[in-house]
Design a protein around this ligand. Structure first.
Ligand code: FES
Length: 302
């Protein structure tokens, strides 16, 4: 695994695309590796959620979503960042999506889904003056993915246009800060590790893989074992972990490992053997070791 660096290496790539009626949009690209997009998105969704709106803009269609409170969940699972609020949720592919424990996603589709380009942008009017600010992502097919709207000094509460000549220019501070860190590389990222890569261990709570849904004993055993071992791993529960049989199912995000038929005792063993000592509990792995060894599953987990 590459060592996390707090400094972004600038791409030094700026482009201007014409819109219509003399308007343009300026893009300044920045690296879209997980160790850059992870800290950026964590900052915007977890810390600056009041200043961030989620958008999707194509000709003829605009979507804008805002946070009214911090997200309930902001979690990386199998390459997708999932952000859940009281009213809506989103998924954004920021790392290769393998397709669950059986790695069902074909290699070309993994590349198509993944962010391949990221830019800070400004929309410029016919006099070259910036009128809106944000972040745009593109996937591996060159299609526009979602974008993020950053605070606009020309808009007041309820999106009303402020009087001509009276912009609230201090609202540009977030854009300027992000530009210094991610585009220019003049300031370090405010993290000493990728906050979206902090490992977690999760138990499925759905009835499809575990009809009794008696997952709390597994969850409690994981929590107790993690606490006793003193490992920096978050214990969670999830709606589905893509195995959907042989429950209770447990997933460890640190190296994308799935376990099945987990009892409270096995949960403790997973924590002590795998999370602490790095030795997987092979008898409960999914897919089973036998399938990995005879090659029916190409096991290339990162
Ligand atoms: S329902 Fe439990 S893993 Fe899918």
């Amino acid at each position: 695994m590459d060592k996390f660096s707090r400094w972004v290496t600038p791409l030094k790539h700026r482009s201007v695309e014409p819109l219509y009626a003399g308007q343009n949009i300026e893009y300044e690209d920045f690296p879209c590796t997980i160790d850059v997009t992870g800290p950026l998105l964590y900052t915007l969704f977890q810390e600056r959620w009041r200043d961030t709106q989620i958008g999707h803009v194509v000709e003829g269609s605009v979507l804008e979503l805002e946070f009214t409170q911090p997200p309930k969940i902001c979690l990386l699972y199998d390459g997708y960042l999932t952000v859940v609020t009281e009213a809506w949720h989103l998924h954004l592919c920021i790392e290769e999506h393998l397709g669950g424990p059986l790695q069902k996603t074909p290699p070309e589709l993994r590349q198509q889904r993944l962010i391949h380009r990221a830019s800070l942008y400004r929309r410029l009017n016919d006099r070259g003056e910036a009128r809106s600010w944000g972040i745009q992502f593109w996937n591996g097919a060159g299609e526009k993915m979602m974008n993020l709207f950053l605070p606009n000094p020309f808009l007041g509460a309820d999106e009303d246009l402020l009087p001509e000549g009276k912009p609230q220019l201090d609202k540009l501070s977030l854009y300027e800060e992000l530009r210094q860190i991610y585009v220019l590389g003049d300031r370090p990222m405010p993290f000493d590790h990728n906050p979206l890569k902090r490992p977690y261990i999760s138990v499925c709570r759905s009835s499809r893989c575990y009809p009794s849904r008696n997952w709390p004993p597994i969850y409690e055993a994981l929590q107790q074992a993690v606490e006793e071992a003193g490992v920096d791993v978050t214990v969670m529960n999830a709606g589905c972990l893509e195995v959907c049989k042989l429950g209770p199912v447990v997933f460890y995000s640190g190296d994308r490992t799935w376990y099945t038929r987990v009892t409270p005792e096995i949960a403790k063993q997973i924590v002590n053997d795998h999370l602490v000592s790095g030795e997987k509990v092979t008898y409960h792995l999914y897919p089973p070791m036998s399938e990995i060894q005879i090659g029916t599953v190409s096991y290339t987990n990162s």
